[in-house]
Design a protein around this ligand. Sequence first.
Ligand code: KIV
Length: 271
Amino acid sequence: MSVHKEVKRVTTNVLKEMKAAGAKISMLTGYDFSMAKIIDDAGIDIILVGDSASNVMAGHETTLPITLDQMIYHASSVVRGAKRALVVVDMPFGSYQGNSKEALSNAIRIMKESGGHGVKLEGGSEIIESIKRILTAGIPVMGHLGLTPQSIYKFGTYVVRAKEEEEAIRLIEDAKALEEAGCFAIVLEKIPAKLAKKVAESVSIPIIGIGAGGHVDGQVLVIHDMLGINNEFNPRFLRKYNNLYEQMKSSIEKYVEDVRRGDFPNEKESY
Ligand code: KIV
């Protein structure tokens, strides 16, 4: 749709217009300069500096260990590579749940030190005070409901959330509360497609899904998963657009072989 092509920098207003026009929003995670540049050049609308960096960049089992300083490091690298996309930065576990003043000062650190354009927080009514306070400073906030990986030890599993009516009703109420507080968009992770559709129809802000079906306003995936760099993660919702694990491995194997055979460098590759 025309909304895409004319924009110099995607803003929260552009995203609102896209929802109103029925134009789907594309979002991918990014964690470093080089990858951010490729993602941005490909025309993505939003780059999320996800705390999934804890998994795919640092090798942790969960998103809990990543620190605020580490998120700022990843985010500042992404910002330098992104000319068009809106860059949203995950607030890491422990940086906003304690109290709203701490949440605000941590969000300000992210904005000042990384140059990101907004922050994402996981949760609904239980963190609404933090969200409201961050918004008072003019910092755009994206919500995140459904499966919220920072609460993995409470859930105990990564299975689909909100299948039961009680949790589904609470999720819709939370989405409305986030909209009313002033969030510019919400990520919905791993919930039934029917429920996600209902949420998208219940609020005027964009709903970005991951494992939430096609009847929402946009989609997000973890870049390492969709490129097949991570070959051990194969959930039903994931579409793999490449098998970079195999491609990268075989390139590196060839290099190792060339070095061992004395074939690299050759005359043309030498001074
Ligand atoms: O950290 C992350 O990558 C995320 C996405 C899965 C939405 O929050």
